[in-house]
Design a protein around this ligand. Structure first.
Ligand code: CP
Ligand code: NVA
Length: 308
């Protein structure tokens, strides 16, 4: 049976209905796994994971996730494969997608991922680019729903760099109809075109982080210097020093507000230890849910909607 080829290159590649399905599916898959019920729909299927940047969570969650679904995962990086020696990405896509069933890529520019997907016979998943990290926000929103119910109409405060994770939150806000308040230092504001958002109906920018968290149901942040931007580290540390999520900032959000961080975190920089290790933090659930949301995603991309 020939199925429509679907990729997950940015968050808006899935519709609201599909997300509702994926979150429900995640819940079932997670529950089934935790009660030791074997579920191997992807037996004999192979995931290829291509990493051009470092990773702990993304590699582990995809590799363990594929294993838990009965399939196999193969790790490739640019240091010890032909990918780092100038083989055209289009040629690599042709070959890799003839030997595997699904591909996850962590790379620099989104354009590389899109070129790969354009020449792939199998679904391609964005495992982080300079522009987006859609698997992260998928897990984050699942985690929010798990703790607080629907995210529709809620307010998320993003404090810090308007990076790949922030840009993904902005796309998600439009698809799922919630609001994102972004506060960045001057010079690091959201660029709507780069974020891939057509209008600003679902986000607002604030120069003062305290104004951004007012009324927020979720406060989230990320490193000041993302992978690939290390040369800017000193300049960024100076610019971002007033954009730490600390107790005082959390007190300005709703009383029931959650705290999330995609991790790895730097205590004393973008987040105070009292917050990430405090009662409002759900960062460990958030990290674990990468595993289960991505299983639902891989199942959906390969098998479509399952009714069981
Ligand atoms: N959050 C996340 O993607 O972590 P890794 O860089 O460890 O994969
Ligand atoms: N914004 C961070 C996320 C790491 C998971 C980075 O791109 O390095």
């Amino acid at each position: 049976m020939k199925r429509e080829l679907r990729h997950f290159l940015q968050f808006k590649d899935v519709t609201r209905n599909e997300l509702d399905y994926l979150f429900e599916r995640t819940r079932r898959i997670k529950k089934r796994f935790k009660s030791y019920q074997r579920y191997w729909p992807l037996q004999d299927r192979t995931l290829v994971m291509i990493f051009e940047k470092a990773s702990t969570r993304t590699r582990l969650s995809f590799e363990a996730g594929m294993h838990q679904l009965g399939g196999a995962a193969i790790y490739l990086n640019t240091r010890d494969s032909q990918l780092g020696r100038g083989e055209p990405v289009e040629d690599a896509a042709q070959v890799i997608s003839r030997m595997s069933d699904i591909v996850m890529i962590r790379t620099y520019e989104q354009e590389i991922l899109e070129r790969f997907a354009g020449h792939s016979r199998v679904p391609v998943i964005n495992g982080l680019t300079n522009q987006y990290h859609p698997c992260q926000v998928l897990a984050d929103i699942y985690t929010f729903i798990d703790h607080r119910g629907s995210i529709q109409g809620k307010t998320v405060a993003w404090i810090g760099d308007s990076n790949n994770v922030c840009q993904t939150w902005l796309q998600a806000a439009k698809v799922l109809d919630f609001k994102v308040h972004v506060s960045t230092p001057p010079g690091y504001e959201v660029d709507a075109a780069r974020a891939g958002i057509q209008d600003n109906s679902h986000f607002a920018q604030f120069s003062d982080p305290h104004e951004a968290v007012a009324g927020a149901d979720l406060v989230t942040t990320d490193v000041w210097t993302s992978m690939g931007f290390e040369a800017e580290n000193d300049r960024r540390h100076e610019a971002f020093s007033d954009w730490q999520v600390d107790d005082k900032l959390m007190r300005g959000a709703n009383e029931q507000a959650l705290f999330m961080h995609c991790l790895p975190a730097h205590r004393g920089e973008e987040v105070a230890a009292a917050v990430i290790d405090g009662p409002q933090s759900v960062v460990w659930d958030e990290a674990e849910n990468r595993l289960h949301t991505q299983k639902a995603l891989m199942e959906f991309l390969l098998m479509g909607v399952i009714d069981d």
